[in-house]
Design a protein around this ligand. Structure first.
Ligand code: FES
Ligand SMILES: [Fe+2]
Length: 324
């Protein structure tokens, strides 16, 4: 987990009003709940009294109530009520469970992996996706660290092999560049693969900046967009579960088809296609060892792996930056 980042951890529809949800994220058991006003909170799923899972409890007003002895904790993880001591007794500070600053935006639940601070940066997203788009979602579990799943979507070299029957048709095995830039924790990638004609691939530095929008954009720490066209996009959120598992939330955003029934049919076929492509990736990525990637690991990257090199280098920097 990178410090001081807004991570997508859930889809908004997974938490219902007045309900708790126990999930594992970042290798920790967490409880999320939505209070009666609709606000979402995320804290560690362990009661500081005697260790029961808060997720087995219930939501009372804006707190989660432990199922064992009824202690209540608010969205900042502070104990508010110890019933056995009486409602008017003050609650000692030790009755506290660690909490994440939490936001809800773009249909996702985001948590901040750093200290709570009133100057937290805005939620990162894609400026070119607005309310004119509709989307559907799909979920996929991958038994690898989320870094492997991310790198797979930055990998332009794999297209004619993993996806030779789908998006990688045409035997464009030679990789020019790719031209890729990293700015403000946005990694932009232009794909220029071609059929091998015996010439050597061009280096990134030999290529002019493309005058079109990047096909792929990854925004740290865990969202990615494939800009299929102005009106059709695939977005992935790579959600860390633990060192050996992650969950991918896939969305297709579109504003091609707006009539509801036609849109449902379009989405149904799109879902099928997206599943085939994502499973082509998953089949190979889950065989990668080690299951987690990092800068300086024992792999031998090539020129075409430039986006992965940039990703690993930036992860290393972010891990080394002092906490805010
Ligand atoms: S274990 Fe949670 S209130 Fe006692
Ligand atoms: Fe792929």
């Amino acid at each position: 987990m990178l410090p001081n980042q807004w991570y997508v951890i859930l889809e908004t529809g997974q938490i219902r009003r007045g309900k708790t949800l126990g999930v594992t994220r970042f290798g920790e058991k967490l409880v999320a709940w939505r209070d009666e006003q609709g606000r979402v909170a995320v804290v560690h799923d362990q009661c500081p009294h005697r260790g029961a899972a808060l997720s087995a409890g219930r939501v009372v007003s804006n707190c989660v109530e432990c199922p064992f002895h009824g202690f209540q904790f608010d969205a900042t993880g502070c104990g508010r009520v110890i019933p056995a001591n009486g409602r008017s007794a003050p609650v000692p500070k030790v009755f506290h469970t660690a909490a994440f600053p939490t936001r809800e935006a773009h249909g996702f639940i985001w948590v901040w992996t750093g200290e709570d601070d009133h100057r937290l940066p805005p939620i990162p997203f894609f400026d070119d996706i607005d309310s004119s788009f509709s989307y559907f979602s799909a979920t996929s579990h991958w038994p690898v660290d989320y870094t492997r799943a991310i790198e797979n979507q930055l990998d332009v070299v794999h297209l004619p092999f993993v996806h030779k029957t789908t998006i990688g048709r045409g035997n464009a095995t030679l990789v020019d560049g790719p031209y890729a830039t990293l700015q403000d924790d946005r990694l932009s990638i232009w794909v220029s693969n071609r059929v091998d004609d015996g010439t050597l691939p061009r280096k990134h530095t030999e290529m002019p900046r493309p005058d079109r929008k990047p096909l792929l954009t990854f925004v740290f720490p865990n969202i990615w967009q494939n800009r299929l066209s102005d009106d059709l996009r695939i977005v992935l959120a790579f959600v860390p579960v633990d060192d050996n598992n992650c969950v991918l939330y896939l969305r297709q955003y579109q504003r091609v088809v707006r009539v509801p029934v036609v849109r449902d049919v379009f989405n149904w076929f799109s879902k099928l296609g997206n599943n085939v492509i994502l499973n082509q990736d998953r089949r190979v990525v889950i065989t990668q060892r080690p299951v987690k990637s990092y800068a300086g690991m024992d792999e031998h990257l090539i020129q075409g792996d430039r986006p992965i090199i940039l990703y690993r280098a930036r992860c290393k920097e972010l891990l080394e930056i002092k906490p805010m």
